[in-house]
Design a protein around this ligand. Structure first.
Ligand SMILES: Cc1cc2nc3c(=O)[nH]c(=O)nc-3n(C[C@H](O)[C@H](O)[C@H](O)COP(=O)(O)OP(=O)(O)OC[C@H]3O[C@@H](n4cnc5c(N)ncnc54)[C@H](O)[C@@H]3O)c2cc1C
Length: 384
């Protein structure tokens, strides 16, 4: 019987794992030496970085997703449905009551995004297709007032996203001639922007945000909300007319029920191979918890899911061929930072740097914005 690989989740990590594996093991659709089974609950496959452009009308909803079914074929089988159970000991998953057994399993189920503090009644979760779409509708009708961008809890994926959202909104408001009538504020429990990347970079991002007139409120932990007001643990309150917020992130419940989850509530892995405590069971991307030497975890970002997927796909293919697992994930990562006005910054480096991550930022400009746009196009072309 053909070796079977179960890939859990068809987001960033799952898609790259499946496609890389398919290519490396020599599947061509007609002759498939390896069976690759991908499990995904969503029909709509959203490219998350584009949600920020959707918020400010630079994309239409139908431009930021594709049908998940398009990833199937040429050696990749797709099972659409909610995974109900995962058994790492047996290397099996259950979907719609049917159990699928494999020889290898790669878990890339990301995070469960859930509402908190009743924010879904008062604002827009811009980490979802519907939330970003609804925020944009409200923004188009906005005539001036207070706009709040809120991070109600940590961790959240893409450490740059709330900062990008605030700067893109500012650019939109200014272009519409509402700058004098509008105040934009960003509230977060973090001590500063993108802190894992180092003080210098964090300071530079804070400066960019504040230079645009956006009011920045770090170390503001939300404790409650109403339809007009946010209240924080330091006793301060803030009013808003329009609210965009990040959702609470938690480990997917189907994984929480397994012994894969460590003390901190996420899957712990070997940080170089991404293998879990269970042989031939790997976890990649947002669902993992990887402590860095500086004491904080590796941020949750697609770029890490991407490189980790390439590492795991290579090593699983090597194992199947009876060869050594000779590729490692070394903590490298890069990200774009949209500034509005058609410009972006770019930061990159090594997050496994010792004793601190070594991350540098390039001079912001039009080039990096267009590179991000190019990457969006490349993503659709390459994988869908
Ligand atoms: C607004 C925004 C902007 C971003 N911008 C960037 C950026 O510029 N650069 C960057 O590096 N990262 C960015 N990110 C973060 C990036 O999208 C994630 O870090 C990345 O997608 C993580 O990949 P993953 O494979 O771990 O999880 P995901 O891509 O979230 O995939 C997980 C998949 O598993 C599926 N799933 C979950 N549970 C089940 C279940 N029980 N049954 C079946 N299927 C299930 C989900 O539906 C999902 O498709 C951004 C995120 C957001 C929200």
């Amino acid at each position: 019987m053909a070796t079977t690989i179960l890939v859990l989740g068809a987001g960033t990590g799952g898609i790259i794992t499946a496609m890389e594996l398919n290519k490396t093991v020599g599947n061509d659709g007609e002759v498939n030496p390896v069976k690759i089974l991908v499990f995904e609950k969503e029909e709509k496959n959203v490219f998350a970085p584009s949600l920020l452009w959707l918020m400010v009308g630079k994309r239409k909803p139908e431009q930021v997703f594709r049908n998940t079914r398009k990833i199937a074929g040429d050696g990749i089988d797709l099972v659409i449905g909610e995974i109900q159970a995962v058994n790492p000991e047996q290397i099996s998953v259950t979907v719609k009551g049917q159990e699928y057994k494999g020889d290898y399993m790669v878990i890339s189920l990301g995070v469960d995004q859930v509402p908190e503090y009743n924010l879904n009644s008062y604002g827009h979760d811009f980490y979802t297709l519907d939330g970003a779409t609804n925020f944009n509708e409200q923004l188009q009708n906005f005539k001036g007032g207070e706009i709040a961008v809120l991070v109600p809890s940590l961790p959240f994926k893409c450490p740059a996203a709330p900062y990008e959202a605030a700067m893109l909104i500012e650019s939109y408001i200014r272009k519409k001639g509402l700058g004098d009538k509008t105040e934009i504020s960003l509230y977060t429990p973090e001590p500063g922007p993108m802190g894992v990347a180092g003080k210098e970079l964090s300071g530079a991002v804070r400066q960019m945000v504040e230079m645009k007139g956006i009011k920045y409120f770090p170390e503001h932990q939300l404790t409650s909300a109403t339809d007009k007001t946010l209240t924080f643990s330091n006793g301060k309150t803030a009013d808003f007319d329009l609210l965009a917020y990040t959702p609470k992130h938690q480990c997917p419940s189907v994984i929480k029920a397994t012994s894969l989850v460590g003390k901190l509530g996420w899957i712990e892995v070997d940080r170089h191979t991404m293998e879990t405590n269970f042989p031939n069971v790997y976890a990649i991307g947002d669902i993992t918890f990887i402590p860095l030497e500086m004491g904080k975890p590796l941020p949750k970002a697609g770029v890490f899911a991407h490189y980790q997927a390439e590492t795991v796909a290579h090593n699983v293919a090597q194992k199947i061929a009876g060869k050594p697992s000779d590729k490692t994930f070394n903590g490298d990562g890069q990200c774009f930072l949209e500034l509005g006005g058609g410009k972006a910054g770019y930061a990159g480096g090594n997050f496994y740097g010792s004793p601190l991550p070594i991350v540098k930022m390039k001079k912001p400009g039009y080039f990096w914005h267009w590179t991000k746009v190019w990457f969006e196009k490349y993503w659709w072309f390459r994988y869908f």
